[in-house]
Design a protein around this ligand. Structure first.
Ligand code: PEP
Length: 256
Protein backbone atom coordinates (compact mmCIF):
# COMPACT_ATOMS: atom_id res chain seq x y z
CA UNK A 1 0.00 0.00 0.00
CA UNK A 2 1.36 3.37 -0.96
CA UNK A 3 1.80 5.71 1.96
CA UNK A 4 0.11 9.06 2.14
CA UNK A 5 2.96 11.54 1.91
CA UNK A 6 2.84 14.19 4.66
CA UNK A 7 1.82 17.60 3.34
CA UNK A 8 2.73 20.80 5.14
CA UNK A 9 0.66 23.67 3.75
CA UNK A 10 0.88 27.36 4.62
CA UNK A 11 -2.10 29.66 4.14
CA UNK A 12 -0.79 33.20 4.14
CA UNK A 13 -4.28 34.73 3.99
CA UNK A 14 -4.21 38.54 3.41
CA UNK A 15 -0.66 38.93 4.75
CA UNK A 16 2.84 39.74 3.48
CA UNK A 17 3.63 42.21 0.75
CA UNK A 18 5.25 40.93 -2.45
CA UNK A 19 8.82 41.48 -1.23
CA UNK A 20 8.20 39.71 2.10
CA UNK A 21 6.44 36.85 0.32
CA UNK A 22 9.38 36.36 -2.02
CA UNK A 23 11.88 36.45 0.86
CA UNK A 24 9.88 33.90 2.84
CA UNK A 25 9.54 31.46 -0.05
CA UNK A 26 13.28 31.75 -0.75
CA UNK A 27 14.02 30.81 2.87
CA UNK A 28 11.66 27.84 2.67
CA UNK A 29 13.23 26.75 -0.64
CA UNK A 30 16.73 27.00 0.83
CA UNK A 31 15.73 24.86 3.80
CA UNK A 32 14.35 22.18 1.47
CA UNK A 33 17.45 22.30 -0.73
CA UNK A 34 19.55 21.66 2.37
CA UNK A 35 17.79 18.28 2.48
CA UNK A 36 16.50 16.20 5.34
CA UNK A 37 12.88 15.89 4.28
CA UNK A 38 10.85 14.55 1.37
CA UNK A 39 7.61 16.00 2.71
CA UNK A 40 5.38 17.90 0.37
CA UNK A 41 5.33 21.62 1.04
CA UNK A 42 2.70 24.03 -0.26
CA UNK A 43 2.05 27.71 0.18
CA UNK A 44 -1.01 29.81 -0.60
CA UNK A 45 0.00 33.47 -0.94
CA UNK A 46 -2.38 36.34 -1.75
CA UNK A 47 -3.30 36.50 -5.45
CA UNK A 48 -1.14 39.56 -6.06
CA UNK A 49 2.03 37.72 -4.95
CA UNK A 50 1.46 34.49 -6.87
CA UNK A 51 3.48 35.42 -9.95
CA UNK A 52 6.49 36.72 -8.02
CA UNK A 53 6.38 33.80 -5.59
CA UNK A 54 6.20 31.30 -8.47
CA UNK A 55 9.34 32.84 -9.97
CA UNK A 56 11.09 32.73 -6.59
CA UNK A 57 10.14 29.06 -6.14
CA UNK A 58 12.21 28.20 -9.22
CA UNK A 59 13.22 24.55 -9.05
CA UNK A 60 12.45 24.02 -5.38
CA UNK A 61 9.80 21.49 -4.45
CA UNK A 62 7.17 23.93 -3.24
CA UNK A 63 3.63 23.68 -4.53
CA UNK A 64 1.65 26.85 -5.08
CA UNK A 65 -2.04 27.21 -4.22
CA UNK A 66 -4.74 29.83 -4.58
CA UNK A 67 -6.70 30.68 -1.43
CA UNK A 68 -10.01 30.64 -3.31
CA UNK A 69 -11.43 30.69 -6.84
CA UNK A 70 -14.72 31.15 -8.67
CA UNK A 71 -16.39 28.16 -10.26
CA UNK A 72 -16.96 29.85 -13.63
CA UNK A 73 -14.11 29.96 -16.14
CA UNK A 74 -14.58 33.65 -16.98
CA UNK A 75 -17.17 36.37 -17.14
CA UNK A 76 -18.72 39.29 -15.33
CA UNK A 77 -17.72 38.38 -11.76
CA UNK A 78 -16.04 41.51 -10.48
CA UNK A 79 -13.37 40.79 -7.92
CA UNK A 80 -13.19 37.06 -8.64
CA UNK A 81 -10.43 34.81 -9.98
CA UNK A 82 -10.97 31.63 -12.01
CA UNK A 83 -9.20 28.32 -11.62
CA UNK A 84 -7.65 28.75 -15.06
CA UNK A 85 -6.15 32.08 -13.94
CA UNK A 86 -4.62 30.36 -10.92
CA UNK A 87 -3.11 27.73 -13.18
CA UNK A 88 -1.67 30.39 -15.47
CA UNK A 89 0.43 31.72 -12.60
CA UNK A 90 1.60 28.26 -11.62
CA UNK A 91 -0.90 27.04 -9.03
CA UNK A 92 -1.45 23.30 -8.81
CA UNK A 93 -3.79 23.44 -5.81
CA UNK A 94 -6.56 25.64 -4.47
CA UNK A 95 -7.94 26.02 -0.94
CA UNK A 96 -11.74 25.90 -0.99
CA UNK A 97 -14.33 26.55 1.69
CA UNK A 98 -11.96 27.90 4.33
CA UNK A 99 -14.01 28.80 7.41
CA UNK A 100 -13.16 32.48 6.91
CA UNK A 101 -14.75 32.28 3.44
CA UNK A 102 -17.75 30.46 4.89
CA UNK A 103 -18.32 32.76 7.84
CA UNK A 104 -17.07 36.19 6.70
CA UNK A 105 -18.09 35.94 3.04
CA UNK A 106 -21.16 33.71 3.39
CA UNK A 107 -19.81 30.99 1.20
CA UNK A 108 -22.09 27.98 1.36
CA UNK A 109 -21.24 24.32 0.95
CA UNK A 110 -23.15 24.41 -2.35
CA UNK A 111 -20.79 27.09 -3.62
CA UNK A 112 -17.82 25.10 -2.37
CA UNK A 113 -19.14 22.09 -4.26
CA UNK A 114 -19.32 24.07 -7.54
CA UNK A 115 -15.75 25.23 -6.97
CA UNK A 116 -14.51 21.71 -6.24
CA UNK A 117 -16.10 20.47 -9.46
CA UNK A 118 -14.58 23.28 -11.51
CA UNK A 119 -11.13 22.83 -9.93
CA UNK A 120 -11.08 19.11 -10.64
CA UNK A 121 -12.23 19.64 -14.24
CA UNK A 122 -9.25 21.92 -14.73
CA UNK A 123 -6.82 19.57 -13.02
CA UNK A 124 -6.33 21.72 -9.93
CA UNK A 125 -6.17 19.77 -6.67
CA UNK A 126 -8.77 21.08 -4.22
CA UNK A 127 -8.01 21.41 -0.52
CA UNK A 128 -11.52 21.35 0.88
CA UNK A 129 -11.91 22.77 4.38
CA UNK A 130 -14.52 21.73 6.91
CA UNK A 131 -14.84 22.35 10.62
CA UNK A 132 -17.23 22.93 13.48
CA UNK A 133 -17.72 25.99 15.67
CA UNK A 134 -17.20 25.96 19.42
CA UNK A 135 -20.93 26.07 20.00
CA UNK A 136 -21.45 23.07 17.69
CA UNK A 137 -18.73 21.11 19.49
CA UNK A 138 -20.06 21.97 22.92
CA UNK A 139 -23.55 20.87 21.95
CA UNK A 140 -22.21 17.53 20.70
CA UNK A 141 -22.97 18.22 17.08
CA UNK A 142 -19.43 17.98 15.68
CA UNK A 143 -19.90 14.81 13.66
CA UNK A 144 -23.35 15.78 12.36
CA UNK A 145 -22.06 19.20 11.24
CA UNK A 146 -19.02 17.71 9.54
CA UNK A 147 -21.09 15.07 7.80
CA UNK A 148 -23.44 17.77 6.48
CA UNK A 149 -20.50 19.83 5.25
CA UNK A 150 -18.92 16.82 3.56
CA UNK A 151 -22.19 15.74 1.92
CA UNK A 152 -22.94 19.22 0.63
CA UNK A 153 -19.42 20.32 -0.31
CA UNK A 154 -18.78 17.14 -2.28
CA UNK A 155 -22.18 16.70 -3.91
CA UNK A 156 -20.77 16.40 -7.39
CA UNK A 157 -18.36 13.68 -6.32
CA UNK A 158 -21.30 11.88 -4.71
CA UNK A 159 -23.39 12.18 -7.89
CA UNK A 160 -20.49 10.65 -9.86
CA UNK A 161 -19.82 8.12 -7.09
CA UNK A 162 -16.17 9.04 -7.43
CA UNK A 163 -13.76 10.91 -5.21
CA UNK A 164 -10.34 11.44 -6.81
CA UNK A 165 -7.63 10.07 -4.53
CA UNK A 166 -5.68 13.30 -5.02
CA UNK A 167 -8.38 15.33 -3.24
CA UNK A 168 -7.20 16.87 0.01
CA UNK A 169 -9.50 17.56 2.94
CA UNK A 170 -8.62 19.88 5.79
CA UNK A 171 -10.26 19.53 9.17
CA UNK A 172 -10.08 22.94 10.80
CA UNK A 173 -12.13 23.34 13.97
CA UNK A 174 -13.15 27.00 13.87
CA UNK A 175 -12.49 27.39 17.59
CA UNK A 176 -8.83 26.49 17.01
CA UNK A 177 -8.11 28.85 14.10
CA UNK A 178 -5.92 31.77 15.08
CA UNK A 179 -6.91 31.37 18.72
CA UNK A 180 -3.86 29.58 20.04
CA UNK A 181 -6.17 26.70 21.08
CA UNK A 182 -5.19 23.51 19.30
CA UNK A 183 -7.37 20.45 19.23
CA UNK A 184 -5.54 17.78 21.18
CA UNK A 185 -3.97 15.17 18.92
CA UNK A 186 -6.60 12.71 20.21
CA UNK A 187 -9.49 15.09 19.43
CA UNK A 188 -8.10 15.68 15.93
CA UNK A 189 -7.48 11.96 15.35
CA UNK A 190 -11.02 11.11 16.39
CA UNK A 191 -12.41 13.50 13.78
CA UNK A 192 -9.94 12.45 11.08
CA UNK A 193 -10.91 8.80 11.61
CA UNK A 194 -14.57 9.80 11.31
CA UNK A 195 -13.86 11.63 8.04
CA UNK A 196 -11.95 8.65 6.66
CA UNK A 197 -14.86 6.36 7.55
CA UNK A 198 -17.21 8.75 5.79
CA UNK A 199 -15.03 8.60 2.66
CA UNK A 200 -15.01 4.81 2.82
CA UNK A 201 -18.75 4.45 3.25
CA UNK A 202 -19.46 7.03 0.53
CA UNK A 203 -16.78 6.28 -2.06
CA UNK A 204 -15.09 3.02 -1.09
CA UNK A 205 -11.79 1.79 0.26
CA UNK A 206 -9.44 3.18 -2.36
CA UNK A 207 -10.13 6.90 -1.86
CA UNK A 208 -10.40 6.29 1.90
CA UNK A 209 -6.82 5.00 1.73
CA UNK A 210 -5.52 7.67 -0.64
CA UNK A 211 -7.16 10.96 0.32
CA UNK A 212 -5.03 13.06 2.62
CA UNK A 213 -6.70 14.74 5.56
CA UNK A 214 -4.89 17.76 6.98
CA UNK A 215 -5.39 19.24 10.42
CA UNK A 216 -5.51 23.02 10.81
CA UNK A 217 -5.85 25.22 13.87
CA UNK A 218 -2.97 26.86 15.75
CA UNK A 219 -0.35 24.43 14.50
CA UNK A 220 3.12 25.44 15.67
CA UNK A 221 6.59 23.93 16.06
CA UNK A 222 5.73 22.76 19.59
CA UNK A 223 2.68 20.66 18.62
CA UNK A 224 3.42 19.46 15.08
CA UNK A 225 5.20 16.26 16.07
CA UNK A 226 2.40 15.00 18.29
CA UNK A 227 -0.27 15.85 15.73
CA UNK A 228 1.65 14.12 12.95
CA UNK A 229 2.08 10.99 15.07
CA UNK A 230 -1.64 10.29 14.68
CA UNK A 231 -2.49 7.65 12.06
CA UNK A 232 -5.14 9.64 10.19
CA UNK A 233 -3.44 13.04 10.25
CA UNK A 234 -1.63 13.31 6.92
CA UNK A 235 -0.43 16.85 7.15
CA UNK A 236 -1.29 20.30 8.40
CA UNK A 237 -2.74 23.55 7.09
CA UNK A 238 -0.95 26.33 8.91
CA UNK A 239 -2.07 29.94 9.15
CA UNK A 240 -0.22 32.29 11.52
CA UNK A 241 2.88 30.14 11.95
CA UNK A 242 3.36 29.87 8.16
CA UNK A 243 4.14 33.59 7.96
CA UNK A 244 7.47 33.35 9.74
CA UNK A 245 10.44 31.36 8.48
CA UNK A 246 11.58 30.56 12.02
CA UNK A 247 8.26 28.87 12.72
CA UNK A 248 7.24 27.38 9.39
CA UNK A 249 10.62 25.81 8.59
CA UNK A 250 10.75 23.84 11.88
CA UNK A 251 7.18 22.71 11.20
CA UNK A 252 8.21 21.39 7.79
CA UNK A 253 11.22 19.62 9.27
CA UNK A 254 9.42 18.26 12.36
CA UNK A 255 11.01 15.19 13.86
CA UNK A 256 14.22 15.43 11.84
C1 PEP B 1 -6.06 28.54 9.03
O1 PEP B 1 -6.63 29.62 8.96
O2 PEP B 1 -6.15 27.73 8.09
C2 PEP B 1 -5.33 28.24 10.25
C3 PEP B 1 -5.21 27.00 10.58
O3 PEP B 1 -4.87 29.32 10.98
P1 PEP B 1 -3.94 29.27 12.31
O4 PEP B 1 -2.84 28.27 12.03
O5 PEP B 1 -3.44 30.65 12.45
O6 PEP B 1 -4.83 28.81 13.41
Amino acid sequence: MEERKPLIAGNWKMNLDIGDAVNLVRSIGASLAAGGTDREVLIAPPFTSLQAVKEAIGDSRIFLAGQNMHWEMKGAYTGEISGRMLQQVGCTHVILGHSERRTLFRETSNMVDLKVKSAVLLGLIPIVCIGESLEERESDRTFAVLEDQLNASLQNFRADELMPGSTILAYEPIWAIGTGKTATPEQAQEVHAFIREWIEKTFGQVPAREVRILYGGSVKPSNIEELMSMPDIDGVLVGGASLKADQFIPIIHYGT
